[in-house]
Design a protein around this ligand. Structure first.
Ligand SMILES: *[C@@H]1O[C@H](CO)[C@@H](O)[C@H](O)[C@H]1NC(C)=O
Ligand SMILES: *[C@@H]1O[C@H](CO)[C@@H](O)[C@H](O)[C@H]1NC(C)=O
Ligand SMILES: *[C@@H]1O[C@H](CO)[C@@H](O)[C@H](O)[C@H]1NC(C)=O
Length: 285
């Protein structure tokens, strides 16, 4: 392919991003594949684009008609995932948001997840550097939620606990809930416990204040679920002592029975939401 084709190809790629992000019609994907943008097409003689066009469509068309999940297999098979993920560093914020949405949709498919997990560090960095309550942060958290639904890739998030907790303190309810979905998932995995309890809490006083009747029930319920899961972890007396000496570590701030967090839990025992009451009772039991 000559230099001249670069710009239109990039344009095509952005169109693909929009399509996958919206999980919409597969026609655009078909056009891109048949148009020679993806690797399998490029393996053919590059001068013979007309030949590529005429040799691919039937096979691709039939496959696409078998449903969108298969279309997602096709994107992987045509090595489309790294191309799509490349837009995570696009200068336009909107393109980065669309990229996250596209990766999210591709995440429904487990073999795709194997490729998408490589981008976890970049997704975490996007959360760090993007504005509070931005669509970018929300899209990134949704992707992390998807990747943490099973315990397969959760270890990739071992170092993200501090970041996820800081979202709880500064963000709106939508993002708080999304961050908690990830935290609840991670806390259901015994292999993650050591990292979670040792994680640094950036604004401990603000985390403690979330245990309050004025916190939205959607947030409070998930926060209690997270803490309830962590309570299942029982450190030896020696480990507990070590953790108590670690300034602002999660154990000391949220789990230790002498913590302020713990004493505030008693106050929400009389919360009007029955599920919240039950969760607090379970934690204090
Ligand atoms: C990932 O997220 C999308 C949209 O946010 C959702 O439709 C899909 O079911 C999720 N996939 C998994 C594996 O949870
Ligand atoms: C929070 O911010 C996100 C991202 O900007 C937005 O989509 C959402 O509607 C906001 N939620 C609330 C409850 O304001
Ligand atoms: C992970 O979170 C999602 C969304 O909240 C939930 O549907 C799923 O059951 C959770 N998985 C685990 C292992 O807790």
């Amino acid at each position: 392919m000559g230099d001249g084709s670069f710009t239109p190809r990039l344009g095509n790629m952005k169109a693909l991003l929009g399509i996958v992000a919206g999980a919409g019609a597969s026609y655009g994907i078909y056009r891109l594949i048949s148009g020679g943008s993806f690797k399998r097409s490029k393996k053919n003689d590059p001068s013979d684009t007309a030949g590529v066009r005429s040799s691919q469509p039937d096979e691709v068309n039939v496959a696409l008609q078998r449903g969108s999940l298969l279309a997602k297999d096709l994107i992987r098979e045509f090595e489309g995932i790294p191309i799509i993920a490349g837009f995570l560093s696009d200068p336009e914020a909107e393109a980065r948001v669309q990229t996250l949405n596209a990766l999210n949709n591709l995440c429904m498919n487990l073999p795709n997840q194997e490729q998408i997990k490589v981008y976890v560090p970049q997704v975490l960095e996007l959360i760090e550097v993007s504005p509070v309550n931005s669509d970018l942060q929300l899209g990134a958290l949704r992707l992390l939620t998807n990747l943490s639904v099973t315990d397969k890739h959760q270890h990739l998030l071992k170092k993200s606990i501090t970041l996820l907790l800081s979202i709880l303190v500064v963000s709106n309810e939508t993002l708080q809930v999304q961050a908690l979905k990830v935290l609840v998932n991670l806390s259901s995995n015994p292999d993650m416990m050591d990292d979670i309890v040792q994680a640094q809490v950036r604004a401990p006083a603000s985390v403690i204040l979330l245990i309050d009747a004025r916190t939205s029930p959607a947030v409070l319920r998930r926060l209690l679920l997270f803490v309830g899961n962590l309570k299942a972890w029982r450190p030896s007396a020696q480990v507990a002592d070590e953790l108590r000496r670690k300034q602002d570590c999660l154990f000391r701030v949220m789990l230790d029975e002498s913590s302020q967090f713990h004493s505030r839990l008693v106050q929400v025992l009389s919360h009007p939401d029955g599920e919240i009451q039950a969760q607090v009772a379970r934690i204090l039991a």
